[in-house]
Design a protein around this ligand. Structure first.
Ligand code: TMP
Ligand code: ASP
Length: 255
């Protein structure tokens, strides 16, 4: 395969130029960071698992009519072919159960079911530490238009309902998650689509019976058994790579 031009390297993924205009190749790394990169590490096999988990969840969401950037296909263990979108610089967080920053900020004990699902927004800016913002900031500074925000809220609530049910079906509580949206241009028309990834890197997933954490909090909080937790999520979803752990290491770059 021809060498691909690298366009962007993020903390957990690399974007390469795709084979056709308007496409990109998204490569999933094993690198993990937390607390705005103050903590760094490697979770062996994470890239392979997140590629597969994100493909699976985005495909299921597509099937119920949620537009996503993942319209094309997974290419190999660590790469997927996606549509190029203009990322809206806002992290959308949905919370069903209190954990993490809402517990610290508002003093709500972790594990408290929230009276209803709460949507929060954070401005995607590492230099500022991704500060929390209100819809007012997003529209006033032109990061998204009010009409875009209507679409984002409607899509986010559907995504939350669908994923909560999907995970509950495999014995997992979807505590919270972070998603990103992008603008997809087709001629003169623009659509808001789900972008980035959905994986245990950006969700809190707890075993429904034991409340055991099955997500990146195991890395953030040094709880151990990090790789095993990501594998268990894939196993429960019925998508653990067939060859099991043997395939998870893989070459560092596949170009
Ligand atoms: P928080 O409780 O730390 O605000 O995180 C809420 C959710 O967002 C949790 O599922 C983890 C996810 N998240 C990210 O994906 N990226 C981030 O940079 C942060 C801070 C949280
Ligand atoms: N990925 C984010 C970072 O490095 C934070 C996190 O997921 O906790 O900063």
């Amino acid at each position: 395969m021809a060498r691909r031009r690298q366009l962007y390297e993020g903390k957990a993924k690399i974007l390469f130029e795709g084979p056709e205009p308007g496409t990109l190749v998204q490569y999933f790394k094993d690198d993990a960071t937390a607390f705005n990169s103050q903590k760094k590490g490697v979770i062996t096999g994470k890239g392979v698992l997140n590629n597969r988990i994100s493909e699976y969840l985005m495909t299921r969401l597509n099937e119920i009519g949620v537009p996503t950037h993942f319209f094309i296909r997974r290419l190999n263990m660590r790469e997927q072919l996606i549509r190029e979108v203009e990322i809206i610089p806002v992290e959308v967080v949905v919370r069903n159960v209190a954990a993490g920053s809402i517990s610290t900020r508002l003093g709500i004990p972790e594990g408290t079911r929230l009276p209803r699902s709460i949507i929060e927004y954070y401005y995607k800016n590492d230099a500022l530490g991704d500060p929390m913002v209100a819809e007012e900031h997003i529209t006033a500074f032109g990061w998204a238009h009010p009409q875009d925000m209507d679409d984002i809220v409607a899509l986010t609530l559907r995504i939350n309902d669908f994923l909560s049910g999907l995970f509950l079906g495999v014995g997992i509580t979807l505590v919270d998650f972070k998603i990103e949206f992008g603008r997809l241009w087709e001629n003169e028309d623009m659509r808001i689509v789900l972008a980035d990834e959905i994986s245990p890197d950006n969700c809190r997933l707890w075993d429904s019976k034991t409340s055991e954490k099955m997500d990146k909090d195991r890395f953030r909080r040094d709880l151990g058994k990090v790789e095993e937790a990501y594998q268990e999520v894939a196993r429960r979803l019925g998508i653990l790579p067939e060859a099991g752990m043997r395939d998870l290491k893989g070459p560092e770059t596949m170009q």
